[in-house]
Each structure stands twice: as structure tokens, then as C-alpha cells.
Unconditional design. Structure first.
Length: 89
């Protein structure tokens, strides 16, 4: 499966900057900024971080690539996957 990667940064309440990637199918509907932002906000809410702190300028398309099987399974099940990069604990 070809996927689109959106590089995402969010300021946490403790001042640290979270960095994570939102991965979606590389299809027009799935790459819609509103859809990607909704996935990112869902992830943030699950982490206890205010999803209102995320805007489109912090969640930008980066590149496309082929998904490994575990990421493909997550996207098939949930519509998206997250790769945690920095300060996501």
C-alpha cells in the first residue's frame, strides 16, 4: 500500500514539542487536510494533549512511501497510523 506521511508538531502543556507522523492511504480523500487533522487530534486526545492546539500549519504533507505490513494493517483497521518521533510519552 502506498501511504502519505504528514509531519506533525504540537506544543505540549509542559512546554515540550511533540513530533509525530500521521500516516494515511495515498488517496485523494484520505489526504484531505481535514481528515488528517482529525486523525492527529484523535491521537492527541488519547495522549491527554489538547487537540485544539493543532492547526494545519503544524501538520504538513512530507512524502509518500510503501507501508510495511504492520502499518498497512493499522491503516486498514483504523484509517490511519501514527509514528511517534519526539516527546510523545
Amino acid at each position: 500500500m502506498q501511504i502519505a506521511v504528514f509531519d506533525t508538531y504540537v506544543q505540549r502543556p509542559d512546554g515540550r514539542r511533540m513530533h509525530f507522523d500521521v500516516l494515511v492511504r495515498d488517496q485523494h480523500a484520505d489526504r484531505d487536510p481535514d481528515v488528517v487533522l482529525a486523525h492527529a487530534r484523535s491521537y492527541l486526545a488519547a495522549k491527554g494533549v489538547s487537540p485544539e492546539s493543532l492547526a494545519a500549519r503544524e501538520c504538513r504533507f512530507c512524502h509518500t512511501e510503501f507501508a510495511p505490513p504492520q502499518i498497512e494493517a493499522q491503516i486498514t483497521h483504523s484509517g490511519f497510523a501514527i509514528i511517534e518521533m519526539e516527546n510523545c510519552d
